[in-house]
Design a protein around this ligand. Structure first.
Ligand code: ATP
Ligand code: MG
Length: 255
């Protein structure tokens, strides 16, 4: 379980996080919505421990990670994985090496023993097939389209089976069919690993497809968090906009 309490973070003269509080439960997909620039990526970077808050705490399964020294932080967050906005592949490694990266670092997820090169190759092949990238092993990230790079980032994440998965806009910039495949993969992975998934997205259709609960990030805080139906009925201008964009889509489908 992830417990975030009263998180504050300032960059320059801007308070991006202003006392943000949020819990994510084991076994759920929590989707975070919010306007561009509100601080969603900043929040995910705090959860995975690569940014430190000015104030506030983040507990991961009962361990407070907000002020841990490097070595202990590494242990506390090694069961977490993140798909960064824009995929963030290593440019000089081919897709096979990129996908194998965390597997080589973390070893067998259960025993923590190092994996043999054959085991790694088998898992990488399987993960690339799952995201529709079979046969791209020897290609470099620069040889792939933006959508393919995003899917390679996803393969690199799911292959080492972390129990906490953070996805920063996993479907932005993808065509609707590929986006839906990614949504389904996120749900399948969650059902298989029974961990905790946090997904940041702008796409309300994807959000409603995946979410056990939805949260709205605005003005440096989580303004609301609720199951989908309850969330969509909240009286708030942003949620009103989301509601209208849904009806608008329905209207377009049924003129
Ligand atoms: N390392 C940093 N140094 C200075 N400012 C930063 C840093 N990281 C983020 N910011 C600022 O924090 C704010 C929130 O950024 P963030 O990337 O979290 O937005 P976001 O909600 O993820 O937006 P988007 O939906 O466009 O991805 C922005 O104003 C950004 O410029
Ligand atoms: Mg972002």
């Amino acid at each position: 379980m992830i417990q975030i309490k009263n998180l504050w973070k300032r960059y320059g003269s801007v308070d991006v996080l202003q006392g943000l509080t949020l819990n994510a439960n084991k076994g759920e997909i929590l989707v975070i919505l919010g306007r561009s620039g509100v601080g969603k990526s900043v929040l995910l970077r705090h959860i995975i421990g690569i940014e430190k808050p000015d104030q506030g705490t983040i507990d991961i399964d009962g361990t407070c990670i907000s002020n841990l020294p490097k070595e202990q932080l590494y242990n506390a967050v090694k069961n977490m994985g993140m798909l960064f906005q824009g995929a963030a592949l290593f440019d000089s490694m081919n897709i096979e090496e990129n996908t194998a990266f965390y597997l080589k670092q973390h070893g067998n997820p259960l025993t923590k023993e190092p994996l043999t090169p054959e085991e790694i190759r088998e898992k990488v092949t399987q993960a690339l097939a799952m995201v529709g990238l079979a046969g791209t092993e020897k290609k470099l990230p620069s040889d792939l389209s933006g959508g393919m790079r995003k899917r390679a980032g996803l393969a690199r994440l799911i292959v080492y089976r972390p129990s906490i998965l953070l996805y920063d806009e996993p479907t932005t910039g993808l065509d609707p069919i590929t986006a839906q495949q990614i949504n389904e993969l996120i749900v399948t992975t969650q059902n298989e690993l029974k961990g905790t998934s946090i997904v940041v997205t702008h796409d309300i259709n994807s959000a409603l497809f995946m979410a056990d609960r939805l949260a709205l990030h605005q003005d440096g805080k989580i303004a609301y968090v609720a199951p989908p139906e309850e969330f969509m009925n909240i009286q708030d201008p942003t949620i009103e906009f989301l509601r209208n964009s849904l009806t608008h889509n329905l209207r377009k489908q049924n003129p």
